[in-house]
Design a protein around this ligand. Structure first.
Ligand code: TXA
Ligand code: MG
Length: 346
């Protein structure tokens, strides 16, 4: 398959963005696969109403088809067609607060959404992204767009154009809008049972969610894999990745990381340390190899760089790496959720 690469600067006006996207949106509507930017990660989109296109998504990603897809909209009026008549009242209150933005709601689906989109479930995950390019694309295509993250299954979600190279030849279009602003996939909240339940932590922190939804159920380990996709090893490099847990004495974290690197070195293994600005000088004075993910005082930066850093381990040729942990509050909870999946054994 020949992949067309289209660069669309997200700072252009809505009209200019729409002009650039015209052909691509036509193709998306008519059954082609399009990689597009959202504020969270790049998505791999297809017309959610065309059953045979959805199969192509699973093929392109090499993803098990029991793992349901999120349906993206760009206009509240599109909801009528995709959700059942029986959605709880709280849904309308919550979308008022969180949309457009990085929150997905799982709710009962309408009959128009093919079973293959939802992995046979009678619920559907819906999201209204805030990124101007995704909004323009979905509006022009004028259909709901099913889209998982645009990575080969198991790899970290793509957050930079360079990460999309692996999808060339697998999709019809790639829309390149540069580095993605948030860098972590959306928060997923299920409204399918009586009490709202957090299925996947995301860019909107649990603390913020609790202010709006005080009775939100949080299974802090997310062990039960309520979102089917959470049960797989994910976000993982080919390399062996070790985690050193956070504690409030960063010197002791850095010294444990260094000891791990030294032990690997004794076995003739060079490892890469994924560290933070606060600890980099500790490793540089010891001559260890490291890559900083950003400062602990701005976890949004760490989030934005996380998947790139994990991918960099393999790209830089390392077979082993060590990552520093974070305190599991605020965005740190989401960052650690992804890191724990990346260090799961193969
Ligand atoms: O930020 C995001 O959510 C990105 C961008 C592209 O929108 N999308 C994304 O999609 O992360 P994906 O397919 O990589 O992850 C979607 C997760 C999966 O873990 C899936 O199991 C879960 O959402 N999910 C989707 N529909 C569901 C449903 N009806 N019930 C439970 N979990 C669902
Ligand atoms: Mg994914």
């Amino acid at each position: 398959m020949d992949t067309k690469w289209l660069v669309v600067n997200d700072e252009l006006s809505t009209l200019q963005i729409s002009e650039k996207l015209y052909q691509c949106a036509e193709d998306l509507k008519n059954g082609k696969l399009v990689i597009f930017p959202t504020e969270t990660v790049y998505g791999l989109g297809a017309n959610a109403l065309m059953e045979n296109c959805i199969n192509k998504i699973y093929e392109a990603k090499g993803r098990p088809s029991d793992n349901p897809l999120i349906v993206h909209i760009a206009d509240i009026n599109q909801l009528d067609y995709v959700i059942s008549d029986n959605v709880p009242d709280i849904f309308w209150e919550l979308i008022d607060v969180f949309w457009p933005g990085p929150v997905t709601f799982v709710i009962p689906k309408s009959k128009h959404i093919p079973d293959i989109v939802t992995g046979g479930k009678n619920t559907v995950g819906i999201r209204f992204p805030s990124h101007p390019v995704s909004q323009a694309l979905i509006k022009l295509a004028s259909v709901p767009v099913a889209a998982p993250s645009a990575n080969i299954s198991g790899k970290p979600s793509p957050t930079r154009p360079l990460h999309l190279k692996e999808m060339e030849g697998r999709v019809d279009w790639i829309i390149d809008s540069g580095t993605i602003p948030l860098g972590l996939e959306s928060t997923i909240i299920s409204l399918a049972s009586d009490v709202p339940t957090l299925l996947r932590p995301g860019p909107i922190t649990v603390e913020k969610l609790k202010e709006i939804i005080p009775d939100l159920i949080i299974n802090s380990n997310f062990k039960e894999a309520m979102a089917p996709g959470m049960k797989y090893r994910h976000y993982a490099p080919e390399a062996d990745l070790y985690l050193v847990e956070w504690n409030d004495d960063l010197n002791s974290v850095a010294s444990e990381v260094s000891e791990t690197a030294d032990k690997l070195f004794e076995k003739n293994i060079n490892s890469l340390i994924l560290c933070t600005d606060e600890t980099r000088s500790y490793y540089s004075t010891k001559g260890l190899e490291f890559l900083s993910m950003g400062s602990r005082t701005n976890l949004y930066d760490v989030a934005k760089n996380l998947f790139h850093s994990i991918r960099a381990i393999d790209d830089m040729g390392y077979t082993h790496a060590i990552v520093e942990g974070f305190e599991e509050t605020g965005l740190g909870l989401t960052i650690m959720n992804r890191i724990r999946k990346a260090v799961m054994k193969k």
